[in-house]
Design a protein around this ligand. Structure first.
Ligand code: P6P
Length: 342
């Protein structure tokens, strides 16, 4: 006697990041071999390792500086070091990765013995916003994936292989370790967000096809430096505050790029880190902060400039190069441009 098995709804109630990558691969790169997807899974694994530490930072007594100083001359928080090592370890296990560059390491790292297997370059800020770790404010990991340029041997010229303009990015994303842990990424086919479900240890699709609102009601910058911003930035911010751009705004500034950008991506508005007296070229890094943020912003319908130029068209001249960053919805970016160019 046959036992009837009740029909099961096979429509997935959840889509994991891994499933989403494979779906994107089938849709856009049907002939792909899966090495790119395998690479992305290495990044997500490293962020889960970091997330576990971030969640328990206070308990593990790893708060506070490790007394090491990184290439930026900043006191390295122990979590910075852990996050950096987790990414180096996980990406080192992916034969398709030829070179990595990190905010925490002066020079690019070449994975030797890849015998031509290495096809990708990965640049990252392993733990952005580290100055906020001790006060339990959101921090994040930012990454950008590029192809190894043809004709460049990783061993011979790793720096040149890393220094590519943002339009060459194959994928970019971030993980924000906040009230929940959210991964947001793009491969050039929209921007998608995944929330980490600790009960199953998987990133689950929670924000499909994110679009940045054309106009928002929040502007974000470190107001303490206002007096040292260039006058065109001051003119724009003063007009914004007075409602002269036609909308009213609130100021929100967390001091962690990933958290400030994540809010701008979802709510719209504008984030600015202008040139200042202390950082005349801006503070944020082109390769592993501004470029991935710009790729995501543009894919979500927004824009990102250094005040004048499209971020993604800037040709890098050094790995840790700083740039001013203005990123937001098209409405605010247009208003900024009018004041900047006036
Ligand atoms: P400031 C954090 O240290 C960081 O690198 C970014 O995450 C953040 O946007 C910026 O610096 C904050 O800098 O000068 O406002 O403290």
């Amino acid at each position: 006697m046959l036992t009837r098995i009740p029909l099961v709804d096979t429509k997935p109630s959840i889509t994991t990041f891994q499933q989403h990558i494979l779906r994107q691969q089938r849709a856009h790169w049907p002939h792909a071999t899966g090495t790119f997807s395998w690479l992305l899974s290495g990044i997500t694994l490293a962020t889960k390792m970091t997330e576990a530490r971030v969640r328990r930072a206070g308990l593990l007594d790893i708060l506070g500086s490790s007394n090491a100083i990184n290439v930026q001359g900043e006191h390295q928080q122990k979590l910075d070091i852990y996050a950096d090592q987790a990414l180096i370890h996980c990406l080192g296990m992916r034969d398709s990765v030829a070179i990595i560059a990190s905010e925490e390491n002066e020079d690019a790292i070449v994975f030797d013995g890849r015998k031509g297997e290495g096809k990708y370059v990965v640049v990252f800020d392993p733990l952005d916003g580290s100055s906020n770790i001790d006060v339990n404010v959101s921090v994040g990991t930012i990454f950008s994936i590029l192809a190894l340029p043809p004709g460049i041997s990783p061993e011979d010229d790793p720096q040149r292989a890393v220094m590519q303009s943002g339009v060459k990015q194959l994928a970019a994303g971030y993980v924000v370790y906040g009230s929940s842990t959210i991964l947001v990424y793009t491969t050039g086919h929209g921007v998608h967000g995944f929330t980490l479900d600790p009960s199953i240890g998987a990133y689950v699709l929670s924000h499909e096809n994110i679009h940045m609102p054309t106009n928002g009601n929040i502007y974000s910058c470190n107001d303490a430096y206002f007096e040292t911003f260039p006058t065109n930035y001051q003119r724009f911010l003063t007009a914004l505050r007075r409602g002269e751009t036609g909308r009213s705004y609130a100021l929100r500034y967390i001091g962690s790029l990933v958290a400030d950008f994540h809010r701008t991506l979802l709510k719209g508005g504008i984030f600015l880190y202008p040139p200042t007296a202390k950082n005349p070229n801006g503070k944020l890094r082109l390769l592993y902060e501004a470029n991935p943020v710009a790729f995501l912003a543009e894919q979500a319908g927004g824009a990102a400039t250094d005040g004048r130029r499209r971020i993604m068209e800037i040709e890098p001249t050094e790995i840790h190069q700083r740039v001013p960053l203005v990123v937001g919805g098209l409405g605010e970016m247009q208003a900024f441009q009018e004041f900047y160019s006036a």
